[in-house]
Design a protein around this ligand. Sequence first.
Ligand code: PLP
Length: 391
Amino acid sequence: MPHSDTVAVHAGEPTLDRKDAPITPDITVGSASGYPDLKTLDAAMAEHRGYGRWGTDNHRQLEAAVASLEANGLATRLDAVAVGSGMAAIAVALMSEMNAGDHVVAAHDCYGTTVTFLRNDLPRFGIKSTIVDFQDLDAVRRALTDRTRVLLCEMCTNPLIRVPDLEALAAIAHDAGALLLVDNTVPTPALSQPLRWGADAVIYSATKNLSGHADVIGGLLVGKPSWISAARAFAHTFGPTLGPFDAWLTLRGIRTLVVRMARHTSNALALARFLEGHEAISRVNYPELDASPFCARARRLLPGGAGALLSFELAGGKPALESMLSRLQLVRLMPSLGSVATTLSHPASTSHRGLDPTERARAGISDSLTRCSVGLEHPDDLLADFEQALR
Ligand code: PLP
């Protein structure tokens, strides 16, 4: 079995079957292919080839790479389908799996727009959901109904970076005849393979660390070939196609995914330890810290590290946060995550702005809570920037 670094570099690469073929894939921009006769046209249409909404070679290369990374070291063969955003991946996963009358149990700390989709959009199609804290396994069990088809949670939640007990959740899902679907966007397949712990399928926002350079909006679903084949058929009808250039950029990002995630993770741990020891900081959330309640679980489920995201609170509250933000030189505010540069986000103004202050407090989101997506800078420079900004 090759190491994941090697899989990331080579999986999905085009065969060199053309004279002087470049080893970097071409980008297929044509929206449709041409055919010399009815027989070849018919064969292409039967296989959903030759029309851009069904994807091009760029999509197939990307899908092969992500499926190979996700399946690396597992006994199962996996397939993947690329779509136009992380939200499209969630929508395709849920809408291809469920019928009117079905029910999903989702974690309360899923990405805000995922929760909005479950609460506001799916009920119009007869699909209900119950949203609970997935750290409370009894609450998950109590939420099940005889129509529950999917349990949905995120690995390394945002912004408190909590780690769900995937093995226990998979057992609960399977006992109820449901699937465990995991949004693995934050750790990426370089650090986390939820199917290893019993999950049935995984979705990604490729917008984040998977593509890795804040220049793509994209998404992927990964799972057993039969599940992906149904999801792909739905996606081909529904139509949230990823652009071929975005598929190409995402695959190019994946070539360095494993080395990037190793550096993101070591930088994040160094920053978390620095902040934990700083008098201006009252709390740090990062699962690899010994003091984290998720440390033991993270070491088991995420042995290569917990990824780029951490969050922290300042003892001096929002005024102290504003002062730190005005002094940071390298680090900017950005309402996203997962790029090469270190960025900060303020959950109370972004992902959790729809909650009132009491609801925010209940969710553990204070006004000074800051989420950091740690980048690839040299750790000394990064720590020095925070040190001077917190002085
Ligand atoms: N899942 C997670 C964990 C996210 O953080 C996001 C976006 O921030 C999404 C899904 C949605 O992804 P996209 O913005 O690519 O639709």
